[in-house]
Design a binder for this molecule. Structure first.
Ligand SMILES: CC(=O)[C@@H](O)[C@H](O)COP(=O)(O)O
Ligand SMILES: NCC(=O)COP(=O)(O)O
Length: 237
């Protein structure tokens, strides 16, 4: 079975755009779990433009499923993760000014750094995952870091699928095959959506978890808008 971890960054983006507490990210996380999601993902960024570090502390007590915190392991992030002890930490090499995550780790170049931080998280009972491009050398490098899992960066797959090229799945299938052989757990994320998720799932053996945020929130707006407009019209009769 593949677990669905809902990334709630975009809920925090909406909240922050007005100040105040609407929508409430803690309530949203509770509801999403009640609706069946098997995990909650957050990706606090250093500028706290969406999820704030305080959100991680507020969410921790209400998460009854799996709590996944993603981010670049700068000292402030490492402290947050060690303090809140999520189920899983996903290390992402994103630049401070990146609009969103745009590359996986160079697991060969950063091997000793990754080994060091992964060891610290694992010593504290936190499962580790590292964000990687679908490249066989990077999967081999990931194994050397000691990580429990990899998260396949699916932006390229999503793009190829959107333009009608289903062959875009092939590098992911090869990497998943190697990861399974190396006994690395497989997660995936970035730009996964209702359109492309089923084909990905059907072709990736051993897919343990997907984290989905941007498309899931946009789809929720589209799929919910008719109902909400009708509710307003009803009140205005
Ligand atoms: C690692 C990854 O692909 C996601 O965490 C994604 O980067 C979401 O982050 P933003 O919501 O800041 O775009
Ligand atoms: N790890 C990927 C993630 O959490 C969500 O990415 P996206 O669905 O917002 O692109």
């Amino acid at each position: 079975m593949t677990k669905l971890s809902v990334n709630i960054n975009k809920i925090a983006t909406l909240r922050n755009s007005r100040g105040g507490d609407v929508p409430n990210v803690v309530q949203f996380a509770m509801d999403v779990q009640r609706f069946g999601a098997q995990g909650i993902t957050i990706h606090p960024r250093p500028d706290e433009r969406h999820i704030r570090y305080q959100d991680a502390y507020d969410l921790k007590p209400i998460i009854t499923t799996e709590f996944n915190i993603e981010g670049n392991p700068i000292p402030k992030f490492i402290d947050l993760v060690l303090d809140t002890k999520p189920t899983q930490v996903t290390l992402v090499p994103d630049a401070e000014d990146a609009i969103t995550s745009n590359a996986g780790w160079d697991t060969i170049k950063h091997k000793s750094f990754l080994q060091e931080v992964i060891k610290e998280f694992k010593n504290n009972g936190i499962r580790t995952s590292i964000f990687v491009d679908p490249d066989l050398h990077q999967i081999e490098g990931a194994k050397e870091t000691g990580t429990d899992r990899i998260e396949l960066y699916t932006e390229a797959y999503a793009h190829q699928y959107k333009i009608g090229n289903k062959n875009g799945i092939e590098p992911y299938m090869e990497c998943a095959g190697l990861a399974n052989t190396l006994q690395l757990g497989i997660n995936a994320g970035h730009d996964l959506s209702l359109d492309n998720i089923q084909f990905f799932k059907e072709n990736i053996t051993g897919l343990l978890e997907v984290s989905i945020g941007h498309a899931l929130v946009a789809e929720s707006l589209y799929l919910g808008i008719e109902n909400v407009v009708q509710m307003y019209l009803h009140k205005l009769r």
